[in-house]
Design a binder for this molecule. Sequence first.
Ligand SMILES: Cc1ncc(COP(=O)(O)O)c(C=O)c1O
Length: 342
Amino acid sequence: MIIANKTIDLRSDTVTQPSAAMREYMLAAQTGDDVYGEDPTINLLEQRVAKLFAKESALLCTSGTQSNLIALLSHCQRGEEYIVGEEYHTYRYEAGGAAVLGGIVPQTVPVQADGSLSVDVLASKIKVDDPHFPITRLIALENTHCGKIVSPEFISATRILCDKHNLQLHLDGARLFNAQVASNTPLVEMVAPFDSVSVCFSKGLGTPIGSVLVGSEALIKRARRWRKMLGGGMRQAGIIAASLDYALDNNIERLAADHENAHLLASKLQALNSSTFSVEPVQTNMVYLHFESADIAKKVSNILQQEGIKAPSSKKMRLVTHLDIQTEDVERIVQGFRRALV
Ligand SMILES: Cc1ncc(COP(=O)(O)O)c(C=O)c1O
C-alpha cells in the first residue's frame, strides 16, 4: 500500500523548489548594485555563463520570457520580422511582447513532429527587399521543444540559410541543458550556430527565478539597455545569481535522473495497456499522453488530484519530471492512473 504523503506536481518543471542547500548558498552571496555594474556575484555569473557557452557576453534576466523578448528586441527594429515555429514559446506563449513592445512582426511556420521546422518552408518565408514587405531579420528556434531534442542537422541547415540571407539566429534554450545531458553533446557545439541563446534556470535546474541571455558583446550591450527599459534592471540580485551558480555546480548532471524517471513513467503507463490513451516516445523530461476524449483526461486528472498528484486535465496531457520527483514517486503516479482508469 502506497501512502500518499507528499504532493507530486507533474504540471511543469517550473514548480521545483529551491533546496535548503541552494538557499544557504544564496544567503552567503556577496551583493552590490547591479544597475551600476557593481554586484560581484552577478558579474562573475555572467562571465561564467558566457564562457560556458563560448560567447562574448551574458545578461541575467528575470525569466525566460524576458530573456527571449530582450533578444528579439535587440536583434530586430520596428517593421522587421522574425520567423518562428507557430507552437514555439517565443511566438505562442509570450503574450505577443515583441509585436506589442517592439513593433516586430512574427512570421510563423508549422512545427514538424520532431520539433524542427522545414528549412524549405523557412526559406520560402524570407522576404525580398521590397517596400511592401517587413524586413526579415531573424529566425528563432527552440531546443528542447515539448521535450524533444531538435536535430543538429536541422540547426546547421538553418544556420546556412541565415548566412545566405544575412539573418540572425536565436535559440530559446529554456531547457537546453536537458537536451545537452540527454544527447551527451558538448554545449559549445550545440550553441555555436546561434547568435543569441536564452537559457532558463528556474525549470529543471531548480532556481527560484532567472534566465541568462548570451551573445556578442554588442548584442548584450543593446540587451542591457532593453532590460533596463523593461524594468528588469535589478539591484542586489547577487542573491539570485548565487542560486544560478549553485545550479550550474549541482543540478545539471542530475537532469539525467529526471529523464530516467520520465522514461520509466512512460513505459509503466504504456504497460497499463489502456485503450483510453497513447503514450508518445520520451526523449528528455516530458511524457505526453494523448487521451481519446477530453472527458476521460479530466476524470483522470481529478482522481489523481484526490491522490495528491497534480496533472493537467487536457486531452493532450503533459507530465513533467523534475528534481522534486523521485523514482519511488513514479509507482505512486502509476497506481493513481490505475485507479483512475477503472
Ligand atoms: C520553451 C520555453 N521557453 C520559454 C519559457 C519562458 O520561461 P518563463 O516562464 O521563465 O518566462 C518557457 C516556460 O515554460 C518555455 O517552456
